[in-house]
Design a protein around this ligand. Structure first.
Ligand SMILES: [Zn+2]
Length: 113
């Protein structure tokens, strides 16, 4: 499961931060997940619970913010919102869209004790 390894890398970043900043308990982890990242939210939550066991984030609340992708339309020179990677431009119907964003997964915020 792809989400499990994602959570493992998130936790290793959190633990690094814990060492650097001398905190012992994480209260909340807020993740930013792009809508094209292919991440299954349910699986992400499940994996997070598994990998945080025995770590400083064991009792942390997981918040997930889903971020939307944007695309630049070449023919009509507009920045438009897309919900699927191969969507047509909602303004002119062109498929010459350059999609940016939507596939990130990063820690947006940590709340610690
Ligand atoms: Zn267009």
């Amino acid at each position: 499961m792809h989400e499990m390894s994602l959570c493992e890398s998130i936790i290793s970043v959190v633990e690094q931060q814990a060492k650097l900043n001398n905190f012992t308990e994480v209260k909340m982890v807020c993740l930013e997940v792009g809508q094209f990242s292919g991440v299954e939210m349910e699986a992400l939550r499940f994996s997070f619970d598994c990998v945080t066991r025995g770590t400083c984030a064991e009792n942390a609340e997981l918040k997930i913010i889903e971020t939307e992708a944007q695309a630049w339309c070449l023919p009509c020179a507009n920045t438009v919102r897309v919900t699927h990677r191969y969507d047509a431009c909602p303004k002119c119907g062109s498929h010459q869209l350059q999609v940016s964003g939507g596939d990130e997964l990063k820690i947006k915020e940590l709340e610690v004790n």
